[in-house]
Each structure stands twice: as C-alpha cells, then as structure tokens.
Design a protein around this ligand. Sequence first.
Ligand code: ADP
Ligand code: ZN
Ligand code: ZN
Length: 829
Amino acid sequence: MTEPAHIDFFNTNAESWYVEVILPLALPRNYTWHVPSEMVAAIQPGVRVEVVLGRNKKYAGIVKRLHQEKPAAFEPKDVLNVLDDAPIVYQQQLALWEWMAHYYLCSEGEVMQAALPTHFKLSSETILVFNEEAGEDFSNLDDEEFLVAEALSIRNQLRLTEIQQLLDASHVYPVIKRLLDKNLCFVWEELKQTYKEKRETFILLKPEYHEEDALAELMNNWSRAPKQLELLLAFLHLHKTEGEVTQPALLKKSGASAAQLKGLLEKGILIAEKRSVDRLHSVAREVNINFTLSEQQLEALNDLRNSLEQKAVCLLHGITSSGKTQVYVKMMEEAIKQGKQVLYMLPEIALTAQVIRRLQQYFGGYIVIYHSRFNPNERVELWNKVKSGEARIILGARSSLFLPFQNLGLVICDEEHDSSFKQQDPAPRYNARDAGIYLAQLFSARTILGSATPSLESYYNAQQGKYGLVELNQRYGDIALPEIMLVDTKKIQTPDKSKVIISPDLEKAITESILNNKQVILFQNRRGYSPYQVCQSCGWIPHCQQCDVSLTYHKIKHKLICHYCGTIYPTVSVCEACGNHHFTQQNFGTERIEETLQELFPKARIARMDIDAVKGKHAHDALIQLFEQQRIDILVGTQMVVKGLDFEHVALVGILDADAILGFADFRVNERGFQLMEQVSGRAGRKGDQGKVLIQVRNTGHPVLKYVQLHDYQSFVKAELESRHQFGYPPFSRMIQLRFRHKQPEVVAGAARQIADWLKPVFGAYLIGPAAPVVNRVRNQYLMELMIKLPKDLHLLQQCKDQIQLLTAHLHQQPPYKSVIVTPDIDPI
Ligand code: ADP
Ligand code: ZN
Ligand code: ZN
C-alpha cells in the first residue's frame, strides 16, 4: 500500500486521497469518500470515519482502504471526522469480512454489522442511553461533552439526530465517542435490554497482602477478634482451592456472620467487589496444569502435534468421555507459552459454567469468555482486551471469531458437528467452523476440529488427506461405552392406543437406577406437552393463523403455542370443523413426560431442561449444578441435555422416541440421528461403571440404530458416505439454497420459478425445485425454496454465485417481484 506519509500535505498540488469505507448496511458495495488533506495522516485501514450517505444520513464506517483513485462517475463527498486514533480492527479482520461477504453472498457491511459491538456502530438512528451507574459527576467533561451528558441525565435517552441539534453538527460523532469511552452512556440495543446480568459480591484480598511476608506479618500480629482470623483463613483456603471467592460461599464455608466479614472489610484486609459472575477479573494470570494425560491421550497429543506440522487443520475424533478437552488444554498451553492467542469455540448452549470452571482452573486469568449475553460495555471491554493481546484464551460461541485477534496461534472448534455453528439469520449466514479455519489461515495458525461424532464433511476431508486425523478410541479411565438396548414400542399396548411414553422396561430401569443412587437422563426432541390436539371425530388440528403449522399444547401455561412465530392461543374445546368436543393428544413433549414421571415416581426428584423451563443462561447453569450435586434424580430434556455435559453419576439414559429423530425428511437425517443418539448416550457412565441406554422405537430395523448400538462411527460413516455419493449430496457436492418470501403465494411462486428458469440454461442439471417447504407460511409470509446441488468445482460454484447475485437484482426490477425477499444460503444446514 502507498504510504500517505510520503506526501507533502502542504503542497496544494498534491493529489487527492480517497477512502473506501464499509458501512454497517446491506449495500451492494463499499462507497468512496474524499479525505480532506488535514485528515490524511490520521487515516489508516481499520479506523472509523464519520461520513454522510445520501442527503443527510450520517454513519460511522470503517476504512478499508486509503487510495488515490478518483472515482470517475461521481464527485465524492468529504469525510467529516476521523473517530479513532488507532484501528479498531486489524487487517486480518478486514480480510475475514471480505472473504465472508464474498463466500456467503452478502455485503461487507452486513458482516461488519454482525462483527462489531454496538458501541462502534453509530448512525443517525442510534439512540444513546444514560448510564445511571456512572453517576452525575461531570467534572472531567469538556463543554460539549457536558452539554450532551446533562441532556442525557435529564431525558435518559436521546436520538443522535437530537444531539445534532444540541451541538455544532461537525462535532457530534467525536463527542459521542468520547462519552462512550468514558462510560457515561450506552448505545441502546433492542432485545438485549431484557438480559439482566447476574451480579454477585466477590471477596478479594487487598493487593498488599499478596506478598507472603506482609500476610505472614499480619497474621502473626493478630491480637483481637479471633473469629475474624478464622474467617481470613477460610478465605485463603477457598481462594487456593476455588480461585474466585464469592461472599455467600465464604460465609457458608467459614460459618461466620456478615458482621464479622464487615469487620475485615473495614480493616481493609479484604475487599468486596460487586460484579458480573461471567467476568473473570482478578484471577491470577497463571497456568496450572495439574493433570497428566493417559497413555492414549498422550499418543493423541503427539499425533496431533505432528499432524499440525504438516497440515493447517486436524480433526480430533475422540469418543465421548475420552478426554478431548484435556488434549486441547495441552495444545492451548503450548500456544500461550509461545505468546499466541487461542480461540476456543463451542456451541452457545454448551458454554456452561461447568466448562468455564474447568478451563479456568487450568488457565486462570488467561481465559476470557465471550457470549451474546454481555451488555454493550462489557463487549467493548472484552474487544479491547483481545485487541491489545491481554486476553489470551477466548472461549466463546460462534460470534467470538469476529474479535480483533492480533496474534492468533490456535483455533479449536469443539463439537464441530454441531449445527449451531451455522448462523441462520440474519446475514452473514456463515458456518463458524469453516470461517474459523479461514481465520486461522490468515494468521498461519492451526485449527483443531473436535468431536465424538464428526460431521461427514469434516471426516471426508480428513479421509481425503485435506485435514489430519487423530483418533481417541478409549474413554478416560477405560470405562466401557454404555450398553444400548432397543425397546420395541410396537409391541406395547397402551389403554387409549396413544404413544408409549415410558415403557415398562424403561420404568424398571429407572427404578433400579434410583435405588442405586444413580441418576437418569431422558431425552425427547419435543418441548411442550403434546405437539398437537386432534379432533377425535374428524381429525381437525388447530393451526397457527400466521404460519402453516399445527400448534403445540403447553399444559403448564394451558395455552397453544406456535413454535415458529411464538404466537400464543387459547386452547380449543370445540372442533372448528365439526363441532365435536372430544380431542385426543397425539405424541408427547417434555412437559408431558415430566408429568408422567411424577405419577410413576412420586418420590423422585424430577426436573425438566428445555427452553421453556430454563429461560436465560443462569437458570440453565443452576439446573446443571443441581444435577451435578445429585439433587435431581431424573432430568428430562431436549437437545439441551446433549451438549458436552459431563456428569459423574448418570447410569441410565433413555431416548423416548427415536422414530421422531429418524423420520425427518432431510438428506442429513441419518447423520443427525446418529450424532444425537451417540451424544446423548455418551452422557451415561462417564465415571465408574458402564452406563446403560434404552432407546424406545417402533422402527427397530432402522440401519442407524445398529451403528448406534455398536458405537460404530466408522461403519456408519462408510455406509452413509456411500449413499451420499450415490445421490450426489455433500460432501460430494456443494449446496446453495435460495429462499423466497412474500405475502402473496402466487407472487412468491412466480419469483422462484422465474429465477429457476433463468438459471436453467447453465445450471439446469443441478436444480432441485422450486418447491414449497414443509412449513410454507411463517408470520403470514409465504415461502418457496430452490436448491442448487453443484458438483465440487470451484469455478462453477463461483459462476453460480455470481449468477445468483445478478439474477436477484434482475428479479427486483420486474414489477410484480419487486418486494420478494430472496435469501441465498451457502452450505445450508
Ligand atoms: P470428552 O470431551 O472427550 O467427552 P472430557 O474431556 O469431558 O471428555 O473428559 C471426560 C472426563 O474425564 C472429565 O471429567 C475429565 O475431567 C476426565 N479426564 C479426562 N482425561 C483426564 C486426565 N488425563 N486426567 C484426569 N481426568 C481426566
Ligand atoms: Zn372435528
Ligand atoms: Zn405461527
């Protein structure tokens, strides 16, 4: 790149400078602005500039490129202000955005929108909210900052356009940036406001007593208040064993009173600090790896190291409870010893206190956690820690890959098969596993993909030699994988011919487990009480008025709920079709199971884990903790119980309706079925004795069940790859899905047909559809889908993507189709 410093700024003949700026909008391309000469020196890629778009909309955009190519077609406007002294993202992030926009067919602005914390995205529509906690001490503000701060403290919130009326218009963005930096206000965020972070009082030792001598002297000269000394000792013990000490934990452990603690706080020996439990502030930055790897784990570690010397990506296929985490920990240790950063990605829902605690135990203050529930200020704080390199290990869900890493050495994608790594809506519809590999390459870093049930894509890549492959085939401690038995539900009669919920075999096994003081996990893919109510005489089923789906009955709320749009309806007691009063309930969800269990096992402690029961992260963590502490005997749940949890005392797992898992109409149904059942089974017998799994199913001959029973991933993959090959599905092809959405069914169908017709001459052989999806109306919008199944040919793939963009633009020029929404999804899941 040309170096602006070589230019003589005072030479009026100097050529003009321009910037390409990314705005947080879905614009078809980036626009260009002119840089006034006095700003040239301050501009570099990654800093934000304030620009006007259209007549008077203002935005803070990110500079992608500084150049001297004057746009031929128009006279660019001037940049108004430069907002940052230093870039807020590095070149690698800009490169990631560019790749993502290109690969997933969206704009860089949309990627920027997803990537940046709200605070960095100012526009005329932005609303600022006063930060009450900051207090009203405005003494360190300049006149303009004061003006805005005062107005904010009175009105609580202001639109940016209102602030523009308060100040000289040329100053607004820099002033707001400074107020945000000073923590005096937030950028208002829709939705996120409902999250109340959990705050707790943490107790810390005053820094001067971190010196052993000082502490020894303090204790040796302790004269009065022996209770306080006991309390201090309890604190030191807890600090050593647990790392962080909360006030309730300390009081409980020491048996001391709040007044005694207050005494120590007043003496200035201990400090109390209220803060969010997710933030791991004052843990010492030290590595403490206090375990040794088993022989197999050590071998896997060595293989992994060797493999990563040859290849950028390695797949670690380790069966459930083989100790993959332990192997990652060793790799992470090496990376941070070299001064590198580590990104450790997990599915959001697996990001529990259990995992965090485990890793924190080894890496203390080197670890930071990133998830969507942080408030805007916390996100900025973390952003800056990653950017400065202070944060070394970042544990997060998929969006953590957007953080401004500066020196990334290792990316770990755990549970890599999990479909939640794929973002569905809005754009960018990226897969964080694949994007993570790309990100790592930008830093010449390594990537480890880990799973007990790798996706077929990854396993195939490993087989082809594109990725390395390391297998870990033994559970830690040599515990056998659980024994899996099928319960044929065809053979069981229920009085009202309804579906079997708990078969006699399962009931017996549960009784035995509880007698042995062991715990039980029951899995069902459906939440609610029963998926639908059916009229006994005519078969009528209540449907959502806005979506083409039947409603789910939730007994606890006594309501019918649409799982697609969330609309809640009163229950029906009269059939709308025939007037009959009698309804039967078909199938069953987690609520119904919980109720049945309470009838069967009145003395057992039963809990339910699904999104209705555990709203919010803390409820989820709390439930996991109760289960860990054996204060729950039977846990009933959806997917939530599957994800990477490690419980010691689970002897029995029940899968209540395997037909529902295997009956899905999708080419990935077998893969998903295998993964789900193998992963749920993996929760049984992780420590101690071999566990047991009961699968209730009618279709006992389904081939996937055989592989699950034998825990035979390899044979499953072999068979499944053969059938994928035969039908030309991924990993032997690339899929692109186009989704069409419009209020009128004829219009959406016409638009989908039009695009298909246009694609036909070149891509005719690869088109599937257009067709209406199973649920063809959601929120009063009709849907159509067009699938394109392309051979693995990069050139063809690119040609197809280019065509899609062109044709979509073309479609929107046809009057009837102007407002049809077309969303491309690359590698859909
Ligand atoms: P996976 O992720 O492969 O299912 P985990 O990493 O959760 O397996 O390990 C399963 C259990 O075994 C965990 O409780 C873990 O602490 C324990 N474990 C695994 N390897 C070791 C080791 N080398 N030393 C001590 N404990 C281990
Ligand atoms: Zn009826
Ligand atoms: Zn609905």
